[in-house]
Design a protein around this ligand. Structure first.
Ligand code: IPD
Ligand code: CA
Ligand code: CA
Ligand code: CA
Length: 262
């Protein structure tokens, strides 16, 4: 394993312990509201601190972009760690077991290493650019389905920014009508990993943040999937609008979404 990926895995496991310990007594966890339908708990902060301890001990000069550290770039370096300490906070505070730690390392803006760790299932997804994607050390691949009417597609609802709702519902209606089903699980990093290991055939969501998708997208790409924005282009990390799927259905999913792209 690449030494930088190894550090990311160590950090993710450390955070996983913090989160699992806290999940034994959720009633005691303090939660704050950042804005409408956007929450952060003391466990998000503690998990992020645990991750930063591990990463900065190994690489004190690297830059950091982490959700709960004010969501701004800290430090200057060609290397940047993009961190979501709990992706799926709403699930976590409800005791709904679908959340993960997401850690990516970019070098000169290109994602090179990725970890998404689901501590509840002890599922560790990893990828290094050019080396492949793995779930608990076993190689993973995207699904082979090619007919949209056989595909299960996952998505996320725009719950905190109401300005997306109408566009989103129009997209959802068209995808629902043409596929075998739609899933909304509530942790974008894991949604992407589910595409990577073929548990779903595709995924789309609007207005995400870099820490939601940086790690999961490399895992999809290294598993043989394709990641684009809603126009089929490569702006997804900046725009936060993302579509990921196996190569046989990506174009079909883009086609269903296209009439609603502004
Ligand atoms: C959220 C999750 C969710 C997505 C939201 C994200 P958070 O991340 O990824 O699936 O629909 O848009 O904000 O806030 O729980 O880290
Ligand atoms: Ca959040
Ligand atoms: Ca997130
Ligand atoms: Ca988060």
């Amino acid at each position: 394993m690449h030494p930088m990926l190894n550090v990311a895995v160590k950090a993710a496991r450390r955070a996983g312990n913090v989160i699992l310990r806290a999940s034994n007594n959720l009633d005691a966890v303090r939660v704050e509201k950042k804005k409408h339908n956007d929450f952060v708990s003391e466990v998000d902060h503690a998990a992020e601190a645990a991750i930063l301890d591990v990463i900065l001990e190994a690489y004190p000069k690297h830059a950091i972009l982490a959700e709960e550290s004010g969501a701004q770039r800290l430090g200057e370096s060609e290397y940047e760690w993009i961190i979501d300490p709990i992706d799926g906070t709403t699930n976590f505070i409800h005791g709904h077991p679908q959340f993960a730690i997401s850690i990516a390392l970019a070098h000169k803006g290109q994602i090179q290493q990725a970890v998404v760790y689901d501590p509840g299932r002890n599922d560790l997804f990893t990828a290094s650019r050019g080396v492949g994607a793995f779930l608990n050390d076993r190689r993973i691949r995207v699904s082979r389905r090619s007919f949209m009417n056989e595909c299960v597609i996952s998505t996320g609802f725009p719950v905190s920014d109401q300005s997306y709702v109408d566009t989103y519902l129009a997209m959802l209606k068209d995808v629902l009508g043409k596929t075998a089903g739609v899933r909304r699980e509530g942790a974008a990093s894991l949604d992407l990993c589910n595409v990577a290991c073929g548990r779903v055939d595709g995924f789309w969501e609007l207005n995400l943040k870099p820490w939601d998708i940086a790690a999961g997208s490399l895992i999809v790409q290294e598993a043989g999937g394709i990641v684009t924005d809603l126009r089929g282009e490569q702006t997804w990390l900046d725009s936060g609008d993302i579509v990921a799927a196996n190569p046989k259905v990506l174009a079909q999913l883009l086609h269903l979404l296209a009439p609603h792209v502004k």
